[in-house]
Design a protein around this ligand. Structure first.
Ligand SMILES: C[S@@+](CC[C@H](N)C(=O)[O-])C[C@H]1O[C@@H](n2cnc3c(N)ncnc32)[C@H](O)[C@@H]1O
Length: 304
């Protein structure tokens, strides 16, 4: 059994590859870092603990994560500033904070354990909840609205591309049928619609609805567009020699990071192949199984 620690604010999340993240920024102990996916502030707290002269700005699009991170980083006083912002909002937010050049940027992509285990967020097929899936509940359509707005073919394409689900056409048809009869308001209704399309059989222990949930979550939160936008602007924030460390959890994200870091005039890769969690971490934190950490430094020469 894996026990997920819950901190004083009731936020549960175990940060992945903590030692590797701290090592990535070890040479910037006197500098300024951005953590653009604060979550529960766990990586941020570790980084601040390790380097007493470090200044850190943390951001998250989820108001619950922002509250938890503020509480977690309160002991560090003025060394930490926590602000609600999505990647797309960061250029404006950094300008408002007066932050122009930094020494490092950390992004630990995807969702936190806290988000996954809060039934109200509708992110998990394991928990009964509204079919919402938004990381920022104040913005954009919910998963249910997205299923309504898209045509059957558009929905099938989305499930195929973002979930890498081969049965996407059958699944989209069953989702649309569920909508017509008013049976697509909860996570269990979405799971039932998928099972009607593909049957209940688990392949390799994976629930048949896993890929459809992943696809809808990525689409609702525009995760790939947000990441692509971040990768385009982030070299402009880093001083030459500054470090970017990005942790991705599925191949679509990792591919974007890998391609961005291949631009030689902008980046010098620190990791050629992505770092992955070791045996001991995997045994303690199964969420680390799909994590890939890529680290690169802003090239000394050349324009971003
Ligand atoms: C894996 S968790 C980060 C956990 C954190 N590193 C920690 O140690 O507690 C990912 C967080 O990133 C946030 N997030 C994901 N995409 C985002 C985006 N485009 N803009 C801002 N925050 C985002 C999520 O809301 C979530 O809280």
């Amino acid at each position: 059994m894996v026990v997920v620690p819950v901190d004083a604010q009731g936020f549960s999340h175990v940060p992945v590859m903590p030692r590797e993240v701290v090592a990535a920024f070890a040479s910037h102990g006197q500098g300024v870092l951005l953590d653009v996916t604060a979550g529960g502030g766990n990586h941020a707290a570790l980084l601040l603990e390790q380097a007493p002269a470090l200044r850190l700005y943390a951001f998250d699009r989820d108001p619950v994560a922002v509250r938890a991170t503020r509480a977690k980083l309160a002991p560090f006083g003025a060394r930490a500033t926590v602000t609600k912002a999505s990647f797309a909002e960061l250029p404006e937010t950094l300008a408002a904070l007066g932050v122009t050049a930094v020494d490092g940027v950390l992004a630990d992509l995807g969702v936190s354990s806290q988000q996954l285990t809060d039934a109200e967020r509708g992110l998990s097929f394991r928990l009964e909840g509204p079919l919402d899936m938004r990381m920022d509940p104040t913005r954009g359509p919910t998963a249910r609205q997205l299923c309504e707005e898209l045509s059957r073919d558009e929905l099938a394409d989305l499930i195929f591309q973002l979930g890498e689900e081969r049965a996407s056409r059958r699944i989209a048809r069953c989702i649309k049928q569920a909508l017509e009869v008013g049976e697509l308001t909860t996570t269990s209704e979405l799971r039932r619609a998928v099972i009607r399309a593909v049957g209940p059989r688990r392949v390799g222990g994976v629930d048949p609805s896993t890929r459809t949930f992943q696809a809808l979550r990525i689409a609702v939160n525009r995760e790939l567009e947000q990441l692509q936008g971040l990768l385009e602007v982030l070299p402009g924030w880093l001083r030459p020699g500054g470090t970017a460390a990005l942790i991705s959890f599925h191949s679509l994200e990792d591919r974007l990071v890998k391609h961005a870091f291949q631009q030689r005039q902008v980046w010098e890769r620190v990791t050629r192949k992505p770092l992955v969690a070791g045996e001991a971490e995997l045994a303690a934190n199964p969420r680390a199984r799909s994590a890939k950490l890529r680290v690169a430094q802003r090239a000394e020469e050349g324009e971003p």
